[in-house]
Design a binder for this molecule. Structure first.
Ligand code: NI
Length: 151
């Protein structure tokens, strides 16, 4: 089922999302609907707050197949890469953002099993962008920071 996308300035996008306690049928359905919504909108990632659910679930597909992560956590990062980014919750806005080039992330899969994965390039970027959504951070927040640093 395709869900309505929440866009700025909806306050749910600024909330800290709750951890998922149990990977239930409800969470599996949510993840499936998030994937359908992401593909329909031609996005490469989506976080649950973007469909109005303040829980820690993200989905990503950067062309390597669907990835669902529950309670994702960034455990390490390295390098730096600057590339263009957009967000389904901020229609029409794209900008360069500097992020770690490589990340290691842990989380639960749809079976509730702990998984660890490493990503680089666009996958690393999508993981960082989506995990930040769960803490109420949007990519445009980095733009102000980068302007500050240049001063
Ligand atoms: Ni986004």
């Amino acid at each position: 089922m395709i869900l309505p996308l929440i866009t700025v300035p909806d306050p749910i996008l600024r909330q800290k999302a709750r951890p998922v306690k149990k990977v239930s049928k409800r969470i599996r359905t949510l993840a499936q609907n998030m994937l359908e919504t992401m593909y329909d909108a031609e996005g490469v990632g989506l976080a649950a707050p973007q469909v109005g659910v303040a829980e820690r679930v993200i989905v990503i597909d950067v062309g390597q197949g669907p990835l669902v992560l529950i309670n994702p956590k960034l455990v390490s990062k390295s390098g730096q890469e600057r590339d263009v980014e957009g967000c389904l919750s901020i229609p029409g806005r794209r900008a360069y953002v500097t992020r770690a080039a490589k990340v290691k992330v842990t989380g639960l899969n749809l079976e509730g099993k702990k998984i660890e994965l490493e990503g680089e390039g666009i996958l690393a970027r999508a993981l960082q962008h989506e995990i930040e959504h769960l803490d109420g951070i949007l990519f445009i927040d980095h733009l102000a920071e980068e302007r500050e640093e240049k001063r």
